[in-house]
Write a new protein. Sequence first.
Length: 220
Amino acid sequence: MTDPASSLADVNSRIARAADIARRNANEVTLIAVSKTHPAEAIEPLIKAGQRVFGENRVQEVQDKWPALRAAHAGIELHLIGQLQSNKADDAVALFDCIHSLDRSSLVGALAKAMDKTGRRVPCFVQVNIGAEDQKGGCAIGELPTLLAEARTADLPVIGLMCVPPLEIEPAPFFALLDKLARDHGLAGRSMGMSGDFETAVMLGATHVRVGSALFGARG
């Protein structure tokens, strides 16, 4: 499917179907359209079709392409879904409405300073390295209680956990583990699931799914 409105309708319908199977309300699931690397002209048709929540990886890319889009369309929410360097914390707090990649103590400190400075409390997900992969960002499962305690002491609004399961392995056990960790720590949010597995994620408790290629098509 190449028509953005049709792609959006298809993804929303699949979310609704998965939620129904799990006896959940589809309204509990926020679809984040992953617009990273896509130009404004590719994003605008999705906005016109009703999508308002978008995910980006890089501060600079947001500064380049989103001011005009936000000026033209009300109600846009931008979620930072990529790794965040501590020296970009000020920019991230100014530009984003939610941060999905809080994963270490130094970033807790940087975000707390940035939020205190601006008076803006941006909701955060703690990213968990759910598959214990050396090459991936995220807090180790064993370090999660300490990091959550530090974030709460710093008055960061942590609303949930985020994960990216290992590639080419059935994701369901990893989603189930993230769901359990979130429950154990009293967190309502679960940011999990992408284009290839978001239906499984919804059935296992996802509150936010990060979908790119199913909406925008595969990258060339």
